[in-house]
Design a protein around this ligand. Structure first.
Ligand code: NAD
Ligand code: TYD
Length: 338
């Protein structure tokens, strides 16, 4: 089978690429990635010499390139996106362009050159703060940031291609992933690396906001079923991936500092994120019923693993944090405002 993975050099996409080639070495895997500030080929060194792996450096908005690749594709899984809520609040242009237009280019190409399945990676952020608990796939969509709004647009665009053109789309809404190789601007990697550098942990507001934390390799196991399983009735469905448990930011901050043996005084309350989503917690019922899948890494185990990974791989995150430009510029600009 020929599989296209967009955004495969990013956090979740690289874990998925590695899992796929490890478990299905006969599938031919093409990663299409623009290598934006958070795309990193170091995330893929494990597979770079695999005979069935191809990397294409390119943009999902490049219609000609995308058509050329989709023509040679049986199944696609679409991760590529601008992904950081704070950056979208700072400037929404690349979010609207990549997350919506990029998805439309892929969908159009898949309409012209049909694929057997198109797994669209959406996000729990499309729901906004939980109005009912746990959050099912029927929860209203109330995006609270330009990132979430762009992803909601792409999510519904993907659905419309299923309805209007019978494109075999599956829409997945993962809750917050955490794990190795996550760009150090998101909560876990930022706070772990700041703690290791004895820098403060900037907690937005009072730190009571919660998320449903899903360990990245658990997420990828569900995505494998969603992309490859032909027995299950998945096409046209929207499926949440979460654990059914939520944890607040302050609890996580304290746990990170305890695990790393750093003082609690590193916690620094800063101003709140505009539009901050208060609570996200997933219903696990539909994923269990349709996929036979449950997350299997409890949060304390995940926390231990991610802390150990960042402690053991300082080169990976120091190269990102110490490089002039992207990480540093945004960090200074954003946190000096709060
Ligand atoms: P990431 O930011 O780590 O990686 C995104 C990747 O997309 C990068 O490799 C980047 O280079 C690539 N990319 C960006 N713009 C591109 C373009 N125009 N053309 C081609 N490639 C481009 O993101 P992630 O955290 O791995 O998230 C992957 C997907 O999962 C995204 O769609 C995101 O919305 C979704 N998601 C993430 C989480 C999470 O907690 N990380 C949760 C739910 C959903
Ligand atoms: P984040 O990792 O940005 O993911 P998302 O916004 O997609 O859920 O943020 C997770 C939570 O951590 C969210 O409640 C905001 C909070 N947070 C902070 O308090 N300080 C920070 O510096 C960051 C990046 C996040």
């Amino acid at each position: 089978m020929r599989i296209l993975i967009t955004g495969g050099a990013g956090f979740i996409g690289s874990h998925f690429t590695k899992l796929l080639l490890r478990k299905h070495p006969d599938h031919k895997v093409t990663v299409l990635d623009a290598l934006t500030y958070c795309g990193n080929l170091e995330n893929l060194t494990e597979v770079q010499d695999h005979p069935n792996y191809t990397f294409t450096h390119g943009d999902i908005r490049d219609r000609e390139l995308v058509e050329k690749i989709i023509k040679e594709t049986d199944r696609a899984i679409h991760f590529a996106a601008e992904t950081h809520v704070d950056r979208s609040i700072d400037c929404s242009d690349p979010f609207i362009s990549t997350d919506i237009k990029g998805t439309q280019v892929l969908m159009e190409a898949a309409r012209k050159y049909p694929v057997d399945r198109f797994v669209h990676i959406s996000t729990s952020e499309v729901y906004g703060t939980a109005l009912s608990i746990p959050m099912t796939e029927e929860h209203p969509l109330n995006p609270q940031s330009p990132y979430a709004a762009a992803k909601a647009g792409a999510d519904r665009l993907a659905y419309s291609y299923f309805v209007a053109y019978k494109l075999p789309v599956v829409i997945v809404r993962p809750f917050n992933n955490y794990g190795p190789n996550q760009f150090p601007e998101k909560l876990f990697p930022l706070f772990i690396t700041n703690a290791l550098e004895e820098k403060s942990l900037p907690v937005y507001g009072n730190g009571t906001n919660t998320r449903d934390w899903l360990y990245v390799t658990d997420c990828c196991e569900a995505l494998e079923i969603l992309l490859l399983d032909d027995e299950k009735p998945l096409v046209g469905e929207v499926i949440n991936l979460g654990t059914g448990v939520d944890t607040d930011v302050l609890t996580i901050s304290e746990a990170i500092l305890n695990r790393l043996g750093k003082p609690i005084s590193l916690i620094q309350h800063v101003g709140d994120r505009p539009g901050h989503v208060e609570r996200l917690i997933s219903s696990t019922e539909k994923a269990e019923k349709l996929l036979g899948w449950r997350a299997r890494t409890p949060y304390p185990e995940g926390l231990k693993r991610i802390c150990d990974w960042f402690v053991g791989n300082p080169g990976w995150w120091k190269r990102i944090k110490e490089k002039e430009g992207e990480f540093q510029d945004f960090y200074q600009k954003w946190y000096s405002r709060l």
